[in-house]
Ligand binder design. Structure first.
Ligand SMILES: *Cc1c(COP(=O)(O)O)cnc(C)c1O
Length: 426
């Protein structure tokens, strides 16, 4: 298909993420992707700064990942996950339990991050039901959060950016507190946790769980907050008999400098959601992990089953991709590598601090954020990045980078320099 025709048909028939049909926004057909480079249909090559939304941590077209998928496809691509089981799923579950903080013990596989969040919320509700406390059906969460696009997940997304008013008749009413302002690396004073504590005091009898993104609030504002705050949340959940759900869908698998962001605080949640980088960006797969306490309680009380079961649960291809991705990650010196990227982003983005358009520059692990004073105009800024040879997709006032871990020092310098030049030109 000719590129122009492809773009015209795309514009006419295809929805993209948070898009409009016929809006005539710039769109860039990709012909192939290799390592940290996206090759556009017109022949241009871009350095990828997004890892396809946090997922492609080993870059694209990785020979080890490709080989793992080829081997699995020759055995079976999918079988139902009711009454049948298979080695890729069992091996992956065992590996995830080993890698995540104790006492997470059991794994529920699903097909996307949003569904992993739905599953986590259902687990929390079923847990309290099984404990004879069926009034605990609501959730307490932080503003500026993002947990996905399905209805349960939406109900705990930031009410403003999640457009709650649009869906007010159907969204479950949850409890919100302001996001912590105390930055990562700082101690959080007792005051900051007070609103959360008050909500638990007032509504604890209705609250099944606190759900939050640990350390990094990603899509809802790229807020890097204090590990101390997270420790206090954990302690309050225990004090008020509420479960803690850590949504590590964006932060998991090393992105923040720890394998899982909750390790910064030395805490473990009762339920953890994983997705995005789980399969190294190859296929869609997510996992909801929980403790023996939660899974045992659900399983031993009426109805004696956890009420969820997606058609493509534990897809063997996706599980094989995840196993290969985890092997690549854990057999590499990933933590030194993420630190290398952190230092590269810090020095590369530093010139942005001087620019008039910039409100703040912050870096944590493999995440670099340039916060602007004004929201970007996507229509103009997106082609600018492409002209500068990089793939960066800002939202609102945030220009952010989370490149694949395989990015070379040279590409990292070029990627950061391109961001500086584009922001300079605003
Ligand atoms: C992306 C994301 C989700 C949703 O995952 P999908 O796979 O897009 O459904 C949920 N929570 C967090 C923290 C995310 O970053």
């Amino acid at each position: 298909m000719e590129t122009q025709q492809l773009i015209a048909l795309d514009n006419q028939h295809v929805w993209h993420a948070y898009s409009a049909i016929g809006a005539d926004l710039p769109i860039f057909p990709v012909a192939s992707a290799n390592g940290v480079h996206l090759k556009l249909a017109d022949g241009r090559e871009l350095i990828d700064g997004m890892s396809s939304w946090w997922s492609a941590i080993h870059g694209y077209n990785h020979p080890v990942m490709n080989a793992a998928l080829r081997a699995q496809i020759e055995k079976m691509s999918h079988v139902m996950f009711g009454g049948l089981t298979h080695e890729p799923a069992v091996e992956l579950a065992t590996r995830l339990v080993e890698l995540t903080p104790a006492p997470l013990q059991t794994v529920f596989f699903s097909d996307s991050g949003s569904v992993a969040v739905e599953v986590a919320m259902k687990m929390a509700i079923q847990y309290w039901h099984a404990k004879g406390q069926p009034t605990k059906q609501r959730f307490l969460t932080l503003r500026n959060g993002y947990h996905g696009d399905t209805f349960g997940a939406m109900s705990v997304c930031d009410p403003v950016t999640g457009m709650h008013s649009l869906f007010s008749e159907v969204l479950a009413q949850q409890y919100f507190v302001d996001a912590p302002t105390c930055r990562f690396g700082e101690m959080s004073g007792g005051d900051e946790i007070e609103p959360l504590k008050q909500q638990l005091e007032q509504h604890g009898a209705q609250i099944a769980a606190v759900i939050l993104e640990p350390i990094v609030q990603a899509t809802g504002g790229m807020n890097f907050y204090s590990a101390d705050y997270l420790r206090r949340v954990r302690a309050l959940c225990d004090e008020f008999n509420v479960l803690l759900i850590c949504d590590e869908i964006a932060t998991g698998f090393g992105r923040t400098g720890k394998l899982f962001a909750c390790e910064h605080a030395g805490i473990s949640p009762d339920i953890m959601c994983l997705g995005k980088a789980l399969t190294g960006g190859y296929l869609t797969l997510a996992a909801t992990l929980t403790t023996e306490k939660v899974s045992g309680t659900i399983s031993q009380s009426e109805p004696g089953l956890f009420m969820h079961g997606p058609t493509f649960m534990a897809n063997p291809l996706a599980c094989s991709a995840a196993l290969a991705s985890l092997k690549l990650l854990t057999e590499s010196d990933w933590s030194a590598n993420v630190l290398r990227i952190e230092l590269g982003l810090k020095s590369g983005l530093a010139p942005c601090c001087e620019l008039a358009a910039v409100a703040d520059v912050r870096v944590l692990g493999g995440i670099g954020v340039v916060e602007l004073n004004e929201p970007v105009e996507m229509k103009t800024i997106q082609p600018l990045f492409v002209e500068h040879g990089v793939w960066v997709r800002p939202f609102g006032r945030l220009v952010y980078l989370m490149p694949p871990y395989v990015i070379s020092d040279e590409d990292l310098v070029e990627l950061s320099a391109a961001v500086v030049r584009v922001v300079e030109s605003l």
